[in-house]
Every structure is written in C-alpha cells, then in structure tokens.
Design a protein around this ligand. Structure first.
Ligand SMILES: CC(C)(COP(=O)(O)OP(=O)(O)OC[C@H]1O[C@@H](n2cnc3c(N)ncnc32)[C@H](O)[C@@H]1OP(=O)(O)O)[C@@H](O)C(=O)NCCC(=O)NCCS
Length: 205
C-alpha cells in the first residue's frame, strides 16, 4: 500500500474537503489542517504500525482521563490498544500532525465469521489537535480503505448521545442512528448517560 508522503505531491491538498486528484483518497494522503491553532499544519494519515502501540496507548490514556467520551477509565486500559492484523486491510490508521501522532481510527473486527462483513469504529484525536480536521481526515481515509474491501459492508459505532462533536462528524459522513441505549453508562456520581448506536453502509453512496 502507498503511504504517500512528500514524494507524492499530488496528494498534498490545501483544503479539507477537496478530493485527491486522480481518484479516491487513500490512507497515507496528506492534507492541511483547516482551522484553529493547527491551521496550515500538515495532516498525514497512514496505517498504524506495531511500533505505534505505546504512543497510541498514551494518547488514549489522556483521552480516557478526560472522562467524557469513552467508557474506559485510565486504570481499565486493555493490554493492547491497537487491534490484531486484519487480512482485508489496515485495522487502524493514525494521523500525524507535523510529524507527531495526534489521532487514531480503528476498524475493529469481531473475529467471528458471521460478523466478517462488519467492523466497529473507534476514533480519537488529541485534545490540542481537535477542531482542525484531523478527525475528519482519519474517518475519510478509513472509509476509503473500507470501501476498497468488498467483504466489509457495515461500519458500526457507539457514541455518547451528548458527544455533539462526534455525533456531528459521524452524521456528516452518512452514519445513521439505529438505536439509543438509555442509561447505558453510569458515572461515579450515579448519573446515567445514554449512548447512540450508529451504522454506515460502507458501499452505499
Ligand atoms: C470526535 C473527534 C474525533 C473529532 O475530531 P476533530 O479532529 O476535532 O474533528 P474535525 O476537526 O475533523 O471536525 C470534523 C467534523 O466534526 C464535527 N465537529 C468537530 N468538532 C465539533 C464541535 N465542537 N461541535 C460540533 N461539531 C463538531 C463537525 O461536523 C466537523 O465538520 P466540519 O469540518 O464541517 O466543521 C474529537 O473531538 C475527539 O477525539 N473527541 C474525543 C474522543 C471522542 O469523542 N471520540 C469519539 C468517541 S465515539
């Protein structure tokens, strides 16, 4: 797979919404961040490598510690955050902003033959890098990658109903709500939070 890079100038775009010339975007393409403190920074999306595990784990630790987007508390970290190899294509992509890893997107397979057509999305961007196009770039690249795999038909996710930024991002990329789990999560205060189940038909346009 191409990983793009400076030797691939046709993939260096000035705007977030421009398609790469000559075909669909691919993991490895580059964009310029569009808003806020990142404006003008280069966003590079590429498949995760095994050596990214520690950096991805540290990034997720920070986001779990924020406490409002994921179920996981920092002391509940799994032994490994990057998924096992997926023979159909990259199971995880990472985003580098000016060379530093600032986000990741995972399309997790269940490992069951009856669910071989499904993946579950996990998406996270470093707090300092949010709002500049990194999450959108990761999700777009992941969708391009999944659309190149005929066997993968559905991408699902669960998101807290009050996570407005994430729900807006998913809706803008065509995810539809397929259910709401009332009181799915209980905070330490005892407060309950709903989450939404969302689905995207990968090959529907
Ligand atoms: C959700 C998240 C991944 C978005 O990443 P991001 O880099 O900030 O997103 P982008 O800057 O690429 O924005 C993409 C779209 O998201 C939406 N969005 C982003 N921030 C938003 C905000 N604060 N309010 C409303 N919508 C917002 C918009 O639809 C935006 O589209 P636009 O480009 O037309 O404005 C990021 O906020 C994050 O990591 N949050 C913490 C972890 C999390 O919530 N993960 C998802 C769990 S299901």
């Amino acid at each position: 797979m191409s990983t793009g890079g400076p030797a691939d100038p046709a993939l260096l775009l000035d705007g977030l919404k421009l398609p790469a010339p000559g075909g669909p975007r691919r993991p490895g393409h580059l964009r310029r961040a569009g808003r806020g403190p990142l404006t003008g920074a280069t966003i590079r999306v590429r498949p995760a490598r095994p050596e990214d595990e520690a950096t991805c784990a540290a990034l997720l630790q920070q986001i779990w510690a924020e406490g409002d987007a994921f179920l996981t508390y920092p002391d509940e970290a799994p032994g490994q955050v990057l998924p096992p190899n997926d023979p159909t294509g990259p199971a995880a992509l990472v985003a580098e902003v000016d060379g530093a890893l600032r986000g990741l997107a995972i399309a997790r397979a269940a490992g069951l033959r009856r669910l071989a057509h499904c993946r579950t999305l996990e998406l996270a961007v470093d707090a300092e890098a949010r709002g500049g196009g990194v999450g959108g770039a990761l999700l777009d690249a992941l969708l391009d990658s999944l659309r190149a795999r005929p066997t993968v038909r559905v991408l699902r996710l669960a998101v807290f109903a009050d996570n407005a930024a994430a729900v807006a991002l998913y809706s803008s990329r065509g995810f539809v709500e397929e259910g709401r789990r009332a009181g799915w999560s209980q905070e330490e205060s005892g407060a309950l939070r709903d989450d939404l189940l969302m689905r995207l038909e990968v090959h529907a346009r």
